[in-house]
Design a protein around this ligand. Sequence first.
Ligand code: ARG
Length: 599
Amino acid sequence: MMKLLDIVKEAVKRGFTAAGYDEKYAMAGVSNRPDLCQYQSNGAMAAVKEYHKAPLVIAEEVAAKIAEDPGSTKIFGKVEAVKPGFLNFTLKDEYLAEYADEMAMKPDLGFEKSTNPRNIVLDYGGPNVAKPLHIGHLRSAIIGESIKRIERFAGHKVTGDVHLGDWGLQMGLIITEIRHRHPELPYFDESFTGEFPKEAPFTISELEEIYPCASGKSKEDPEYKAEALKATHDLQAGNRGYMALWNHIMNVSVTDLKRNYDNLNVFFDLWKKESDAQPYIPDMVEKMKKDGHAYLSEGALVVDIAEPNDKKEYPPCIILKSDGSSLYETTDLATIVERMKLFNPTDIIYVVDKRQELHFIQLFRTARKTGIVNEDTNLVFLGFGTMNGKDGKPFKTREGGVMRLETLIKDITEEVSKKMSDRDISEEQKKEIAKQVGLAALKYGDLSNQAAKDYVFDLDRFSSFEGNTGPYIQYTVVRIRSILDKYSAELGVNRAEAVKNLESASMLAPANDSERTLLLTVARFGDMLANAAAEYAPHKICAYIYELANNFSSFYHDNHILTESDENRKKSWLKLSALTEKVLVTCLDLLGIEAPERM
Ligand code: ARG
């Protein structure tokens, strides 16, 4: 189906050209005065300069041409030229109903997939092995998962890669701490040539305790730190015992990470890691040197990235440290080399904390300058803001520690359960629902903000069943389903069959304002989605479904659907309700949120 705004734009364009004006003036958009009209165009004002006519005259001429155009009269009920030269449009009620009806019948709500599908590698999640998942990684997972789903719905190919942090100093720290605790283990015996044990010498909880302990010690004790640096270096150089230990750390940690992400309904296509890029480093570095891009500066190998028009100073990108070991930049550069080779993507998108912006500027500039990325491959940094506590500082536990993701999910699920305590639902079911609603509270609370902005985590507000929250949207879905269930009961069939039966009914022109508003909002789904996909903007979906849920609420309040005596009207309303439910559920899914049957 053609998107509604495109249909309007086409009609406006025909009007401008028929009246003898260049089509570049035929702009049109959603009205910012919904009390006056649904769409508007300021094109006549823009054309004044070129045509030396009063804007109102131009607008009137265009309006007259639109009124003569059969394609346009089918769409518009009202076209007006108003002072000082605006064009106001209102769609025909019958047309709106017809459009929505078509959406109800088509797969994907009539949304047409992109005719120019992109091949996107989406780098999100980015947890670090052996460190517990915390809030910082939560945003990346939630936003990235939603962007993945949105871009796929829009017709693009998306390969989501978790890009595990498994290669930095944290590994050297863990190895060092294990060595201090268990020097007798064969991993530390240089002369050991046998097979290393299959079982890891630690559990996940031990591992999680080891890292902060080692990290703390290294900050106080320079000798310990030096040891950890050396262990990192030796690991990167392929020390056999360390590699075996690293394998154990990976296995234990990845199993735990997968369980956590499954719990969040976040799924990656690839579980690649920083270390996978290591084999690409030597050739990449060689080429950078050969091409004259990389040079030695104070022992380190660097690439200059400053550009003539820079407003601030950008330090060179360090490719290798003076001891030859690689850094975060090195790994990310080599990962680009790997991704180009394996996927030849049109876009690589990074969903990472915006405080890492400088790193990505350095990365992208170096990649462009040294030619490791195709010229027509887009490198996109989607930096997100910090989740703060009510005190405006990064969110912490009550004790001031780093909040673990699992604890956060537990807290929010408990909060939601309290609200459902009076429901007569089995404990088992209630638990399941509380989890779905709790995750909705968490994800929607995050996604409804523009990603780049910081936001305040507010448990009370996020978990409320009213207002701009995930639970409110879910609750609207549950309400619509219960209306449909009552109707199904009248027919003596199940809900799916009842909805199927409605297919033979036609949607009628709206009977009142709230119905018209609901129809129009439903019909805008395609416009909204195209926009959210183009801008990687889940918050636009949130804003849309909040409006849609409110519109449904007014519609439901104004129209007594189930007691309506006119059978055709009743079926039309039910069909519109079922369509609204479908749009809401589709949008929730694009946000990574499930819709429960009851709550
Ligand atoms: N592991 C990193 C961190 O915790 C995030 C990785 C983001 N992705 C990347 N390609 N650099 O900060």
